[in-house]
Design a protein around this ligand. Sequence first.
Ligand code: HEM
Length: 399
Amino acid sequence: MTVDLTAPAASADPYAVFRSLRDTDPVHWSEAHRAWLITRYDDVSDAFRNKAFSNDRVRPVLARRKEPSAASDVLGLLAGWMVVTDPPEHTRLRRLAAGAFKGQRIAVMGEQITAIVDRLLSAFLEGDGAQDLISEVAYPLPAIVIATMLGAPPADRDRFREWSDELALVAFGTGGAARADRHQRALRGLREMDAYFHTLVDHRRRALGDDMLSALMARDGDDLLSDDELVAMCALLLFAGHETTTNSIANATLALLRHPDQLDRLRADPDLIGPAVEELLRFDGPIKVLNRWVVAETEVRGKRISPGERVHLVLASANRDPMRFDDPDTLDLGRNPNPHIAFGKGIHACIGAQLARMETRIAVSRIVSRMPGLALAEEPVWKDVLASRAMDRLVVRHS
Ligand code: HEM
């Protein structure tokens, strides 16, 4: 038996597949993915500490390219992302970025985020009948937040959305003629993004503000991020912070609509939003799988894993492991403790987790409170993708 997590049935209900894997073959070689699927909570947690598993996956691809290609410069930008580096490069980039994500700096963004959410929701509420909550609210919100955070002028915000799509397309690869054509267009768009971020960095170097880009320019001893590194960091924040947060808001809303008792519970006790968001991230979080390359011989639950192979850490399965969570398939907004790993663990654990939590809390609270008649208008379809748990559309009525 080989498991394909991108098969339509597995996308529709991955949790049934995960349950069977955890029970019968928790470290499973999937021919379909040409990768090991690790599905139990303890094994995934240990894997985050295992030095045989590397995040350094773009530079080896670049190194194998003999001729410079149209994609080389964009791949060069991706290769500078801390999420695809190992120590010591990772340690340095993460240290230089950490100051910009300090609690206080993020906490003060609450008011701005609430204003953005309310503006999007007011426009949504003007519409009648069935409308897509993803394209109108959950998708634009994080792109606007990132553009605002980096101090980009409001008029440029739409371009952030396009670049985010193009980054996803290039980072997740291509296939087929139509995709190849889109890929070429995406590369052109990303070159434009590169130039845009260089100009933004240049302006900010001359006049520091109180935005995140200015904070990323801070020195640490005698070290600081170069212009190219700052540009790569801007692109990474857009890539890592956009669709994840969109899916977090959309999946959370769908889970509440499917569990009216829990939706009523949240409406009756809005202060429950903190633990509620943690539970919604555990129950149906935005990331299904994280990728690692194997760089040294290792063993997990008796299976020998060799250099050159790939490992998929199945976060969404770990978060439903009955050995870690009581009644894991029950949505319980008051769950406590809730040690979910939707934001990963270890040295690469999400640096934007506080911001993501805040955006999801504000968006879900406002959706629930401003739309008392919220109801599903169309059965959603899950995308057949490996890494994320994502719907194309979430069509709802609000009255
Ligand atoms: C890393 C999840 C939102 C920035 C990660 C990782 C996970 C994750 C699982 C670990 C990747 C790995 O180990 O390979 C999420 C989820 C989000 C979210 C579920 C939304 C609900 C954000 C936001 C930002 C962000 C809003 C910033 C604007 C990053 C960065 C990394 C990262 C820069 C790389 C950290 C490193 O390599 O040290 N995220 N993320 N994320 N995330 Fe998030």
